[in-house]
Design a protein around this ligand. Structure first.
Ligand SMILES: CC(C)(COP(=O)(O)OP(=O)(O)OC[C@H]1O[C@@H](n2cnc3c(N)ncnc32)[C@H](O)[C@@H]1OP(=O)(O)O)[C@@H](O)C(=O)NCCC(=O)NCCS
Length: 172
Protein backbone atom coordinates (compact mmCIF):
# COMPACT_ATOMS: atom_id res chain seq x y z
CA UNK A 1 0.00 0.00 0.00
CA UNK A 2 1.24 3.48 -0.84
CA UNK A 3 1.07 6.06 1.99
CA UNK A 4 2.37 9.61 1.46
CA UNK A 5 2.32 12.08 4.29
CA UNK A 6 2.25 15.88 4.12
CA UNK A 7 1.78 18.63 6.71
CA UNK A 8 -2.01 18.65 6.78
CA UNK A 9 -3.04 15.43 5.08
CA UNK A 10 -1.85 12.06 3.97
CA UNK A 11 -2.92 10.06 0.93
CA UNK A 12 -3.04 6.28 0.80
CA UNK A 13 -4.20 3.68 -1.70
CA UNK A 14 -7.94 3.04 -1.52
CA UNK A 15 -8.66 -0.37 -0.02
CA UNK A 16 -11.60 -2.78 -0.23
CA UNK A 17 -12.82 -1.78 3.24
CA UNK A 18 -13.21 1.84 2.02
CA UNK A 19 -15.65 0.80 -0.72
CA UNK A 20 -18.90 1.05 1.24
CA UNK A 21 -18.19 4.66 2.24
CA UNK A 22 -16.73 5.53 -1.14
CA UNK A 23 -19.92 4.26 -2.82
CA UNK A 24 -22.03 6.54 -0.59
CA UNK A 25 -19.82 9.54 -1.40
CA UNK A 26 -19.93 8.78 -5.12
CA UNK A 27 -23.74 8.81 -5.13
CA UNK A 28 -24.02 12.07 -3.20
CA UNK A 29 -24.62 15.02 -5.60
CA UNK A 30 -23.13 17.47 -3.08
CA UNK A 31 -19.89 15.50 -3.04
CA UNK A 32 -19.81 15.48 -6.86
CA UNK A 33 -20.19 19.27 -6.83
CA UNK A 34 -21.94 21.67 -9.19
CA UNK A 35 -20.04 20.80 -12.34
CA UNK A 36 -19.95 17.01 -12.56
CA UNK A 37 -22.27 15.12 -14.90
CA UNK A 38 -23.77 13.27 -11.94
CA UNK A 39 -24.96 9.68 -12.46
CA UNK A 40 -25.44 7.34 -9.49
CA UNK A 41 -23.64 3.99 -9.69
CA UNK A 42 -24.35 0.60 -8.11
CA UNK A 43 -21.89 -0.81 -5.57
CA UNK A 44 -20.58 -3.25 -8.20
CA UNK A 45 -20.03 -0.46 -10.71
CA UNK A 46 -18.12 1.58 -8.14
CA UNK A 47 -16.04 -1.46 -7.24
CA UNK A 48 -15.12 -1.93 -10.92
CA UNK A 49 -14.30 1.77 -11.28
CA UNK A 50 -11.97 1.60 -8.29
CA UNK A 51 -10.30 -1.59 -9.57
CA UNK A 52 -9.68 -0.09 -13.01
CA UNK A 53 -8.42 3.29 -11.75
CA UNK A 54 -5.95 4.51 -9.18
CA UNK A 55 -7.74 6.12 -6.27
CA UNK A 56 -6.15 7.41 -3.08
CA UNK A 57 -8.03 8.23 0.08
CA UNK A 58 -7.16 11.66 1.50
CA UNK A 59 -7.01 11.62 5.30
CA UNK A 60 -6.27 14.05 8.06
CA UNK A 61 -3.54 13.08 10.48
CA UNK A 62 -4.73 12.89 14.02
CA UNK A 63 -2.50 11.41 16.66
CA UNK A 64 -5.11 8.89 17.81
CA UNK A 65 -7.66 8.74 14.97
CA UNK A 66 -7.91 9.26 11.22
CA UNK A 67 -10.57 11.31 9.44
CA UNK A 68 -11.34 10.64 5.77
CA UNK A 69 -11.63 13.83 3.71
CA UNK A 70 -12.07 12.79 0.07
CA UNK A 71 -10.04 11.30 -2.74
CA UNK A 72 -7.43 12.05 -5.36
CA UNK A 73 -6.91 9.81 -8.38
CA UNK A 74 -4.96 9.34 -11.58
CA UNK A 75 -6.05 7.68 -14.78
CA UNK A 76 -4.23 6.48 -17.88
CA UNK A 77 -6.58 8.05 -20.40
CA UNK A 78 -4.83 6.59 -23.46
CA UNK A 79 -3.25 3.20 -23.05
CA UNK A 80 -1.15 3.83 -26.19
CA UNK A 81 0.35 6.91 -24.46
CA UNK A 82 1.98 5.50 -21.30
CA UNK A 83 3.62 8.86 -20.49
CA UNK A 84 0.29 10.69 -20.16
CA UNK A 85 -2.05 10.63 -17.16
CA UNK A 86 -5.03 12.63 -16.00
CA UNK A 87 -5.69 13.49 -12.37
CA UNK A 88 -8.96 14.11 -10.52
CA UNK A 89 -10.08 14.92 -6.97
CA UNK A 90 -13.13 15.44 -4.78
CA UNK A 91 -13.32 16.57 -1.17
CA UNK A 92 -16.22 16.29 1.29
CA UNK A 93 -18.25 19.54 1.33
CA UNK A 94 -17.61 20.06 5.08
CA UNK A 95 -13.84 19.85 4.53
CA UNK A 96 -13.45 22.20 1.59
CA UNK A 97 -11.54 25.47 1.62
CA UNK A 98 -9.01 24.30 4.18
CA UNK A 99 -6.14 23.65 1.78
CA UNK A 100 -6.49 19.87 2.01
CA UNK A 101 -6.99 19.22 -1.71
CA UNK A 102 -4.10 21.46 -2.72
CA UNK A 103 -1.75 19.47 -0.51
CA UNK A 104 -3.22 16.08 -1.49
CA UNK A 105 -2.70 16.91 -5.19
CA UNK A 106 0.89 17.98 -4.43
CA UNK A 107 1.56 14.62 -2.76
CA UNK A 108 0.03 12.77 -5.73
CA UNK A 109 1.92 14.80 -8.36
CA UNK A 110 5.27 14.38 -6.56
CA UNK A 111 4.64 10.65 -6.25
CA UNK A 112 3.73 10.22 -9.92
CA UNK A 113 6.70 12.13 -11.32
CA UNK A 114 9.14 10.46 -8.93
CA UNK A 115 7.98 6.87 -9.47
CA UNK A 116 6.75 6.74 -13.08
CA UNK A 117 8.11 7.78 -16.46
CA UNK A 118 5.57 10.54 -17.02
CA UNK A 119 6.00 13.46 -19.42
CA UNK A 120 2.62 15.07 -18.98
CA UNK A 121 -0.12 15.20 -16.34
CA UNK A 122 -3.36 16.84 -17.29
CA UNK A 123 -6.65 17.79 -15.73
CA UNK A 124 -9.81 19.18 -17.23
CA UNK A 125 -12.13 21.37 -15.20
CA UNK A 126 -15.31 23.35 -15.74
CA UNK A 127 -14.72 26.94 -16.82
CA UNK A 128 -16.51 28.17 -13.69
CA UNK A 129 -14.95 25.70 -11.24
CA UNK A 130 -12.70 28.25 -9.56
CA UNK A 131 -11.70 26.05 -6.57
CA UNK A 132 -10.54 23.29 -8.92
CA UNK A 133 -8.62 25.77 -11.09
CA UNK A 134 -6.91 27.16 -8.00
CA UNK A 135 -5.90 23.67 -6.84
CA UNK A 136 -4.22 23.07 -10.21
CA UNK A 137 -2.60 26.50 -10.47
CA UNK A 138 -1.22 26.26 -6.94
CA UNK A 139 0.39 22.98 -7.98
CA UNK A 140 2.08 24.50 -11.03
CA UNK A 141 -0.36 23.34 -13.71
CA UNK A 142 -0.65 25.68 -16.69
CA UNK A 143 -3.90 26.64 -18.33
CA UNK A 144 -3.72 25.62 -22.00
CA UNK A 145 -7.07 26.56 -23.41
CA UNK A 146 -10.81 26.27 -23.55
CA UNK A 147 -12.50 23.05 -24.66
CA UNK A 148 -15.84 24.26 -25.94
CA UNK A 149 -18.97 22.34 -24.92
CA UNK A 150 -16.87 19.36 -23.86
CA UNK A 151 -19.07 18.27 -20.97
CA UNK A 152 -22.74 18.25 -20.13
CA UNK A 153 -24.21 18.48 -16.66
CA UNK A 154 -27.69 17.93 -15.27
CA UNK A 155 -28.24 21.55 -14.23
CA UNK A 156 -26.92 23.72 -17.03
CA UNK A 157 -26.50 21.59 -20.14
CA UNK A 158 -23.36 21.72 -22.31
CA UNK A 159 -20.35 23.27 -20.61
CA UNK A 160 -17.03 24.72 -21.69
CA UNK A 161 -14.03 23.30 -19.87
CA UNK A 162 -10.40 24.28 -19.34
CA UNK A 163 -7.44 22.04 -20.11
CA UNK A 164 -4.55 22.24 -17.63
CA UNK A 165 -1.22 20.45 -17.85
CA UNK A 166 1.98 19.95 -15.90
CA UNK A 167 5.01 18.68 -17.83
CA UNK A 168 8.05 16.98 -16.37
CA UNK A 169 10.18 19.90 -17.60
CA UNK A 170 7.94 22.44 -15.81
CA UNK A 171 9.14 20.98 -12.54
CA UNK A 172 12.88 21.20 -13.19
C1 LIG B 1 -12.47 21.38 -6.21
C2 LIG B 1 -12.32 20.95 -4.76
C3 LIG B 1 -11.73 19.54 -4.74
C4 LIG B 1 -11.40 21.95 -4.07
O1 LIG B 1 -11.15 21.44 -2.77
P1 LIG B 1 -10.71 22.33 -1.53
O2 LIG B 1 -10.23 21.35 -0.49
O3 LIG B 1 -11.75 23.28 -1.16
O4 LIG B 1 -9.45 23.11 -2.12
P2 LIG B 1 -8.39 23.93 -1.23
O5 LIG B 1 -8.91 24.15 0.13
O6 LIG B 1 -7.07 23.26 -1.40
O7 LIG B 1 -8.42 25.35 -1.96
C5 LIG B 1 -7.82 25.57 -3.20
C6 LIG B 1 -8.08 26.99 -3.60
O8 LIG B 1 -9.43 27.16 -4.01
C7 LIG B 1 -10.01 28.23 -3.30
N1 LIG B 1 -11.41 27.91 -3.06
C8 LIG B 1 -11.91 26.82 -2.45
N2 LIG B 1 -13.25 26.88 -2.44
C9 LIG B 1 -13.58 28.05 -3.05
C10 LIG B 1 -14.81 28.67 -3.36
N3 LIG B 1 -15.98 28.09 -3.04
N4 LIG B 1 -14.78 29.86 -4.02
C11 LIG B 1 -13.62 30.44 -4.37
N5 LIG B 1 -12.41 29.88 -4.10
C12 LIG B 1 -12.40 28.70 -3.45
C13 LIG B 1 -9.23 28.30 -2.02
O9 LIG B 1 -9.36 29.55 -1.42
C14 LIG B 1 -7.84 28.01 -2.52
O10 LIG B 1 -7.30 29.11 -3.21
P3 LIG B 1 -6.37 30.23 -2.52
O11 LIG B 1 -5.31 29.49 -1.80
O12 LIG B 1 -5.91 31.04 -3.66
O13 LIG B 1 -7.25 30.96 -1.56
C15 LIG B 1 -13.70 20.91 -4.04
O14 LIG B 1 -14.31 22.16 -4.21
C16 LIG B 1 -14.59 19.80 -4.55
O15 LIG B 1 -14.51 18.66 -4.11
N6 LIG B 1 -15.51 20.16 -5.49
C17 LIG B 1 -16.42 19.16 -6.08
C18 LIG B 1 -15.69 18.17 -6.97
C19 LIG B 1 -14.89 18.88 -8.05
O16 LIG B 1 -15.29 19.90 -8.62
N7 LIG B 1 -13.72 18.28 -8.34
C20 LIG B 1 -12.85 18.76 -9.39
C21 LIG B 1 -13.31 18.30 -10.70
S1 LIG B 1 -12.21 18.81 -12.00
Amino acid sequence: MVILTGNKVRIRSLESNDLEEFHQWWNDPEFAGDFASFAPMSFDEVETLVKESNFFMVERNFTDSIQKLGFVAYYNIRTDYPYLYEIGYRTLPSERRKGYTTEAVKLLVDYLFSTMDIERLESVTDIENIPSQRVLEKNGFRREGILRKRSRNNKSGYRDELMYSLLKEDRL
